[in-house]
Design a protein around this ligand. Structure first.
Ligand code: SF4
Length: 327
C-alpha cells in the first residue's frame, strides 16, 4: 500500500473513531489537507479510494470537514450538473469518507441474518418463538414480578420494525407493547406515516417490565444485565421478520441494539446506522415527546420518520413533508 493510501486509511479510521464519540466536525489545516493530495508523479493504483484524478486546488484557509452525512452523495436531479471529482483536498477527503465510512453499527459479532422464511413457515417459527418467550424465566426477579411477558405485536412481514425499551405498567397489564400514552403517540406517528400498527412490527429490547420493588408507580430503565439476557429474543424476532428498516425509540433501545452504554440520542437521532446490516434510525422515545411538548422536538421525530419512509420507499405526500412547516 502506498504511503498516501496508508495515510488516508489511518485518517479514515481516526475520523470514524471520533464520529463514534459524537464528534461532528473536525478542523483541518491547509497543510494537513495538502497531505491528502497525491503526488501527480505517483498516481494511486486504486482510483476509487483516491482523488488522484481530481483537479485539486490548495484551500485558502483551514476548513471544517463535516463528518456527516456519511451516506454517498445524493443522486443528481436531471437539472443538476453531472458530479465531478472533488475540486479541493477537503472535498477529496469528504468524498472518500462518504464513499467508504460506515457509522458504528449494532449487532457486531452476531451471525448474519438467515435466509428469510416463507409465509407459513415464518408464522410457525414465530409462534414457536412466542411460546418460548412467554415461558421465559431467565430473569427470576422479573419473572416473579411481571403480570405478562410482552412479546411484540404487528406484521410478521413488516418492512419497518420499531424497537422500544421495556414494558411499562400498562403494557405489563395488557401484554402488548406501546399501549399507554406513549403508545398512543407512537400509533399517531405510525398513522401519520400512512401506516397502521398492523403494517409494522413493534417490540421491546426487554420483554418483561423492570421491577420497581417498594414503589407503587413509575418505571425504571432496564439494567445492562437484563438487556443482555433478553435481547437474544429480539434478535430471533429480527431473524424471522427481516425488516427493511428499523427504528430505535430512545436511548435504551439504541444501547441495547448497539451493545454499548454511551448513546447520546440527541446527537445520534436523525443519522442512519445499522443493525446486522439493516438500516437503523435512532429517534426520541414517544415518552420523551410527552414530557417535552415543544414543537421543535416533535418536528425532529417527524423528520426522522420522513427519512425512514424514504428508506422504506413509502410514498410521501407534500402534506406529509410540510406536516410541521404548516404549524
Ligand atoms: S426479561 Fe426477557 S430474558 Fe428476562 S425473564 Fe423476561 S423474557 Fe426472559
Amino acid at each position: 500500500m502506498s504511503s498516501y493510501l496508508s495515510l488516508l486509511d489511518a485518517t479514515i479510521t481516526h475520523l470514524e473513531a471520533l464520529q463514534a464519540k459524537g464528534v461532528r466536525t473536525v478542523t483541518v489545516s491547509p497543510e494537513t489537507l495538502q497531505l491528502f493530495v497525491p503526488s501527480p508523479r505517483k498516481p494511486t493504483a486504486t482510483p476509487a479510494r483516491s482523488a488522484s484524478n481530481a483537479p485539486v486546488g490548495r484551500p485558502a484557509a483551514s476548513e471544517r470537514v463535516p463528518l456527516e452525512p456519511l451516506s454517498p452523495p445524493p443522486a443528481p436531479s436531471p437539472a443538476a450538473p453531472k458530479p465531478t471529482a472533488p475540486r479541493t483536498a477537503a472535498a477529496a477527503a469528504r468524498w472518500n469518507l462518504a464513499a467508504q465510512s460506515a457509522p458504528a453499527a449494532g449487532g457486531a459479532g452476531l451471525p448474519p441474518l438467515p435466509p428469510p422464511l416463507a409465509g407459513p413457515a415464518r408464522a410457525v417459527a414465530f409462534e414457536t418463538l412466542r411460546k418460548k418467550v412467554l415461558a421465559c424465566v431467565k430473569c427470576a426477579h422479573l419473572a416473579n414480578s411481571r403480570k405478562s411477558v410482552v412479546f411484540g405485536v404487528g406484521n410478521l412481514h413488516a418492512r419497518i420494525l420499531f424497537v422500544g425499551e421495556a414494558p411499562g405498567a400498562d403494557e405489563d397489564v395488557q401484554g402488548e407493547p406501546f399501549v399507554g400514552k406513549a403508545g398512543e403517540l407512537l400509533t399517531k406517528i405510525i398513522q401519520a406515516m400512512g401506516l397502521t400498527r398492523a403494517d409494522v412490527y413493534i417490540a421491546n429490547i426487554l420483554k418483561c417490565r423492570p421491577d420497581t420493588p417498594g414503589q407503587t408507580s413509575g418505571n425504571r430503565k432496564p439494567t445492562p444485565t437484563e438487556i443482555s439476557t433478553c435481547i437474544p429474543w429480539l434478535q430471533e424476532q429480527i431473524d424471522l421478520i427481516q425488516p427493511e428498516v428499523m427504528v430505535a425509540l430512545g436511548v435504551s433501545a439504541m444501547e441495547g441494539l448497539l451493545g454499548k452504554l454511551d448513546v447520546n440520542i440527541s446527537r445520534q437521532r436523525g443519522s442512519w446506522t445499522s443493525y446486522r446490516g439493516i438500516p437503523l434510525m435512532p429517534t426520541y422515545h414517544p415518552a420523551y415527546l410527552l414530557r417535552n411538548q415543544s414543537l421543535s422536538e416533535k418536528r425532529k421525530v417527524w423528520e426522522d420518520m420522513l427519512l425512514v419512509m424514504e428508506r422504506a420507499n413509502l410514498p410521501i405526500s407534500e402534506k406529509q413533508r410540510a406536516f410541521f412547516l404548516a404549524k
